[in-house]
Design a binder for this molecule. Structure first.
Ligand SMILES: C[S@@+](CC[C@H](N)C(=O)[O-])C[C@H]1O[C@@H](n2cnc3c(N)ncnc32)[C@H](O)[C@@H]1O
Length: 253
């Protein structure tokens, strides 16, 4: 981001200065001495899914083909990427294909994610829930993202088609404040996806908050795990070995 754009962003949203200071310190103190260890956890979509779900490669290929056949969905995503240009940000194609496949196979009742921005992950999860004809997605992001993590004139999750939004609940606020309140309402959930602030502190806080609310067989997913040691440290703490597919760390409780 250019210096001018950065200044405009802070003039537009002065409260972000405080957030930026906190984030800066969180990044500075993010522990990343073990990130090399992620290499040995990396799997292809087929092998990783088999390891996690014990499903054969044909089933994965079938769901992948079903997803790619959604012409309208992909047209909208491609147009959105084009609109966003080179610095589009958000989740890449391989990662959101994986989300679609996992949601088709698991048929979750409740999915919770942190980090919406333009809404690539949310859109593919919602498409999977729609194809399952079941399930709800609760997504958490911060206030005033316009001109920050989404383009000016757009709303959080703007890439999601209107017809998919009837299963979507968008909640605004810091994840560590929203999650405990949300779990009081939801009880246990089937899938949690972290894709908010990739600092050790925030990631660890989210995993620790979410873990007691995942029932047996539920998934703890985390995008961009390689940023720091949080996912490895958490998995060690709870006694699981992570599988990393397309940048997404996954364990099954
Ligand atoms: C990497 S983007 C999310 C990308 C999105 N999952 C996608 O696939 O398009 C990260 C988002 O997390 C949000 N975020 C950062 N810190 C957060 C926090 N503590 N609580 C909730 N959301 C947060 C940011 O506002 C930003 O929109």
């Amino acid at each position: 981001m250019s210096k001018l754009k950065l200044k405009l962003r802070y003039i537009r949203h002065p409260y972000l200065i405080w957030g930026a200071i906190i984030r800066h310190y969180e990044w500075m103190f993010s522990k990343h001495v073990r990130v090399g260890e992620y290499e040995k956890c990396i799997h292809s979509m087929e092998n990783g899914s088999k390891k996690l779900l014990d499903v054969d490669a044909n089933r994965i290929r079938d769901f992948k083909a079903q997803f790619y056949s959604k012409v309208e969905f992909h047209k909208r995503i491609d147009e959105s990427r084009e609109f966003l240009g080179r610095c589009s940000g958000g989740m890449g194609k391989d990662a959101y294909v994986l989300l679609y496949i996992l949601c088709r196979i698991l048929r979750p009742r409740i999915v919770v994610e942190t980090g919406v921005a333009n809404g690539f992950s949310s859109a593919s999860i919602l498409q999977a829930l729609e194809d399952n004809q079941a399930g709800e997605l609760y997504s958490i992001d911060l206030h005033s993202r316009e001109g920050v993590t989404i383009p000016i004139g757009k709303e959080l999750g703007w890439v999601i088609s209107e017809h998919l939004k009837h299963r979507w609940h968008l909640i605004l606020g810091e994840s560590f404040r929203v999650l405990p309140r949300l779990f009081k309402e939801l009880g246990t959930i089937d899938i949690f996806l972290h894709d908010s602030r990739h600092t050790y502190k925030t990631m660890m806080k989210e995993y620790t908050t979410v873990w007691p609310h995942l029932h047996r067989g539920a998934f703890l997913l985390s995008h961009d795990v390689k940023f720091n040691d949080a996912y490895l440290d958490f998995c060690d703490k709870v006694g699981y070995t992570p599988v990393v597919i397309s940048g997404i760390g996954a364990i099954v409780k």
